[in-house]
Ligand binder design. Structure first.
Ligand SMILES: Nc1ncnc2c1ncn2[C@@H]1O[C@H](COP(=O)(O)OP(=O)(O)O)[C@@H](O)[C@H]1O
Ligand SMILES: [Mg+2]
Length: 352
């Protein structure tokens, strides 16, 4: 069926209208003059109709429709790419209604694309800014220590060892930052594939607790499992190395931000939730103010820049945790009360 805004139909209808009106006027005129002119009117009708139809059709086709079609084709080429174009033109009818609808769709698509590009450009700018800012601190520190040593400090037994040790600490900090950046970019580009395996999370946590023995006893912190080390096994399915990273980040944080409570403790608990196992790492440390909670998992986000700078944090730890857990299709959460403590929890897939 022909579309109602096909140029041929438009021309036909307009011509009929014009000719009709002219005929009507002519008829009145002849009637008033009381002359018979039927043959003349009929001939006039045909000639006039053909003429008007041709003029209108030609005008529409040349000046309006072909121009619109050109714009439409250009948009389609951008929208579909060249390959799909021929096929698309065969399968579609090109009424002006369609053109309008498709142009609107196209405009929406483009503005979405532009917004996405703007966002990722902003993200890149921020990212580069953050990375260079984080690298600047240790690099300038190293420069300062080396210059002091070169300026004679190297011969001063009170300074030389101390400054070399500080240099080593700054280098260590840079290495940590680079490691974290590497992990983040692997996780974000999706190039990191998970190596799922079934393991006992209780036994695994015992190993991790052992590896923290020195760090915790030095600070007088008690790190333990809520139900003790001899509780029955709980099997989960996950990437063991990545989950080790999750635990390290959460325990490192708890140690770093525990402050000085009377009996500093870090407790690890497990809860069976049928399909999943919920794992909690909770401390009785300084806690986190409510307003900082929503931004905690952002890259480079630290609650107190000064405070965590002293403890050598990069602000990447929790975003790595979130990436790893989400890559497992699981969730991570936090609840915290200032001066009472913080609990991070995450789920893993249970395996019977
Ligand atoms: N257990 C915790 N108690 C209090 N604050 C915490 C705790 N864990 C994380 N935070 C806050 O969240 C911020 C982000 O943590 P993270 O991404 O690991 O960065 P980083 O440890 O390098 O500072 C920390 O700077 C700290 O302010
Ligand atoms: Mg951390």
């Amino acid at each position: 069926m022909k579309q109602k805004n096909d140029p041929r139909i438009i021309s036909l209808l307009t011509s009929l209208a014009i000719v009709g009106i002219t005929l009507f006027i002519l008829s009145i005129y002849y009637l008033l003059k009381d002359q018979g002119g039927n043959e003349l009117i009929a001939l006039g009708f045909i000639i006039l109709f053909a003429f008007v139809y041709f003029i209108i059709y030609h005008t529409l086709q040349t000046f309006i429709y072909s121009k619109v079609k050109l714009i439409y084709k250009t948009i389609h080429r951008l929208k579909l790419g060249k390959e799909d174009l021929a096929q698309h033109f065969e399968s579609q009818s090109h009424s002006l209604d369609n053109v309008n609808k498709e142009v609107e769709e196209w405009a929406k698509l483009k503005s979405d694309e532009i917004n996405l590009l703007k966002e990722s450009a902003k993200y890149r700018r921020e990212y580069i800014g953050n990375v260079s800012h984080e690298l600047k601190t240790p690099v300038f520190n190293i420069q300062g220590y080396i210059m002091t040593l070169l300026d004679g400090g190297i011969d001063d037994p009170n300074i030389n060892k101390k400054y070399l040790e500080r240099t080593e600490k700054s280098i260590q900090r840079m290495i940590e930052l680079i490691d974290d950046l590497e992990t983040i970019s692997a996780l974000e580009s999706g190039s990191l594939s998970l190596n799922y395996q079934r393991f006992d999370i209780v036994e695994f946590t015992n190993e991790i607790i052992d590896s923290y023995e020195v760090a915790t006893t030095n600070k007088g912190i008690r790190l333990f499992m809520a139900k003790g080390e001899n509780q029955p096994p709980i099997y989960v399915e996950a990437d063991k190395d990545r989950i080790r990273q999750v635990f390290s980040n959460l325990i490192d944080n708890a140690i770093k931000y525990i402050g000085k409570p009377n009996h500093p403790r870090i407790k690890i608990s497990f809860y069976d939730m049928d399909d999943n196992t919920l794992i909690e790492v909770s401390d009785n440390g300084i806690g986190i103010e409510e307003e900082n909670i929503p931004r905690l998992f952002e890259r480079f986000y630290r609650v107190d820049k000064g405070r965590s700078r002293d403890s050598g944090g990069t602000g990447l730890g929790l975003s790595i945790v979130k990436h790893i857990i989400e890559a497992h299709n699981q969730t991570v959460n936090v609840r915290s009360t200032p001066n009472v403590g913080t609990t991070f929890s995450f789920t893993l897939k249970s395996s019977r």
